[in-house]
Design a protein around this ligand. Structure first.
Ligand code: NAP
Ligand code: MG
Length: 469
């Protein structure tokens, strides 16, 4: 049992102003795995005051000082990486190989990237008769979700730190452990008082207080669209900058010249990674109509091959994060059946042999793009396959979404694939795989605004000053 009942404020571990606790549930067993404290507005006030005080000094720190701190954090992060991966598995159910591998590894990657960007970043630039000076925006409220918990925390905390900002982090109640360990790492590495603070608790209380706080200059949020909208409204009265990374319903287009079976298997397997709880997941698979049967057969085979079970064993998929998430996903699967989509594999209920834990059957439907299951973000292991007639039709379907986060194109003709990528109204398109920590990540349309990752992620936290003459 974990007990994480103190907050990290002003380089001290402190009790909440008003004691209140909540249980954390292990989604694989449905048992309580630990306890956290739930903060109040008074805790937010304390943390923001500490961050404000620290901003005066930290904003004036040198790049060398910030690099030294980031490298210290990096050494300590490496020491505790396995432990953080285990925490991720316990809090949100990712298979242990994913938790200790990619989940914890993304944090290490963003840390290394922040160091590389900071080593070369141009904070000042003379342009004609004016000097551009990029200055830290101030005190930042960082609000994160549970699905890739370390990724989302580190992609905010390190760029904020590297640009000279101070911050207050509000991790998700559902996945609070990895963030707590990260705060311990920040402390051990000698992060100065008030530069980084962390309060656990309810988004409707802590997140809202940060969004409304007169002494917070910016809020960076990753999570759902409705909460992003609420945060924008809450932040409006104090004219804050708001960075939003929201949901998606990304299209994966397979071209006619591609190896159909291989790419469908990759897309289907990709959809089931992290039990489908990935904002940029390729959740709509678009295939040429003439090859639909072939694609459906390949998806069925791939889906049936996805092992589901105890995340501490060697499985491809663990449970989804919570009972409420399980219910939402079941509701979408039922909706798909009700609206006449063709069930290719999976379906309602738990996978055979699992009677406890929030396990979902890896599921594939074939449908059209007007189906609710093709339009709304399910945030579970549910893939829809949609047929297209020609490339214009594929682009039309891909862009016929309120979201615009990611996109994928698989095909042998690189020119055709890149031309298609250019026509997709999304913040990123992955062509035949690939991964780059320096590539900007963020959404068009309802998927959000702003860009995280790499150098783009630094600009989120900077003001531009012109000194003219
Ligand atoms: P969520 O409900 O929006 O919660 C995200 C965070 O916001 C949590 O820490 C939550 O606190 C907090 N929050 C809740 N209400 C708030 C309020 N009124 N004011 C301020 N903060 C508030 O999202 P989720 O269910 O955790 O995550 C799933 C969603 O996130 C999906 O839609 C997914 O696509 C999206 N997502 C997007 C990205 C991206 O990069 N674009 C990445 C990951 C996830 P609690 O702890 O109380 O819930
Ligand atoms: Mg939520």
């Amino acid at each position: 049992m974990r007990s994480y009942t103190q907050f990290y404020i002003d380089r001290k571990w402190v009790d909440p102003v008003t004691p209140a606790t909540a249980d954390v549930i292990n989604p694989a067993t449905e048992d309580v795995s630990g306890t956290i404290s739930l903060g109040s507005v008074a805790d937010v006030d304390k943390a923001v005051a500490a961050a404000r005080k620290a901003f005066g000094v930290w904003s004036q720190s040198s790049v060398a000082e910030r690099l030294e701190l980031l490298r210290g954090i990096q050494a300590e992060y490496a020491n505790r990486m396995q432990e953080m991966g285990e925490a991720v598995t316990e809090e949100m159910g990712a298979p242990i190989a994913l938790g200790c591998g990619f989940q914890a590894g993304l944090g290490a990657g963003h840390l290394q990237t922040a160091i590389e960007v900071l080593e070369n970043f141009k904070f000042e630039e003379q342009k004609g008769a004016h000097l551009i000076v990029r200055e830290p925006i101030g005190v930042c409220g960082l609000i994160t979700p549970w699905n890739w918990p370390l990724n989302q925390v580190t992609v905010k905390v390190f760029p904020a730190l590297a640009t000279g900002c101070t911050s207050v982090l509000k991790p998700p109640q559902l996945a609070p452990y990895s963030a707590q360990i990260l705060a311990e790492i920040m402390h051990k590495a000698g992060t100065p008082a008030g530069v980084f603070n962390m309060i656990q608790g309810q988004g409707s209380v802590i997140g809202s207080a940060l969004s409304k706080h007169a002494d917070v200059d910016m809020v960076s949020f990753t999570g759902s669209e409705p909460v992003g909208i609420q945060i924008s409204k809450d932040a409006a009265d104090t004219v804050k900058r708001v960075g939003l990374e929201l949901g998606g319903k990304s299209a994966w287009i397979i071209l006619d010249d591609a190896d159909m079976a291989g790419n469908v298997a990759a897309a289907t397997g990709g959809m089931m990674v992290n039990a489908g709880q990935t904002c940029s997941a390729g959740s709509r698979l678009l295939v040429p109509r003439s090859r639909l049967d072939e694609a459906v057969a390949a998806a069925k085979a791939a889906c049936e091959g996805v092992s589901v079970g105890d995340p501490h064993s060697d499985v491809a998929m663990g449970p989804v994060v919570s009972k409420s998430q399980w219910n939402i996903i079941q509701g979408y699967i039922q909706k798909g059946l009700d609206e006449g989509a063709t069930l290719v594999s999976g379906g309602l209920g738990r996978p055979d042999g699992l009677s406890r834990g929030y396990f979902v059957k890896p599921t594939v439907f074939a449908c059209t793009n007007d189906a609710v299951i093709a339009r709304e973000e399910i945030f579970g292991p549910v893939l829809v396959i949609i047929a297209y007639d020609d490339l214009d039709h594929a682009v039309e379907i891909a862009n016929d979404s309120v979201f615009g986060l990611g996109g994928y194109v698989s095909g042998q003709n690189r020119d055709t694939a890149i031309a298609l990528a250019r026509r997709m109204r999304t913040g990123a398109v992955w062509v035949n795989g690939g991964f780059d920590f320096h590539a900007p990540f963020g959404g068009y349309k309802h998927s959000g605004n702003g860009r995280e990752w790499g150098e783009a992620g630094f600009h989120e936290y900077l003001e531009i000053k012109s000194i003219i003459g």
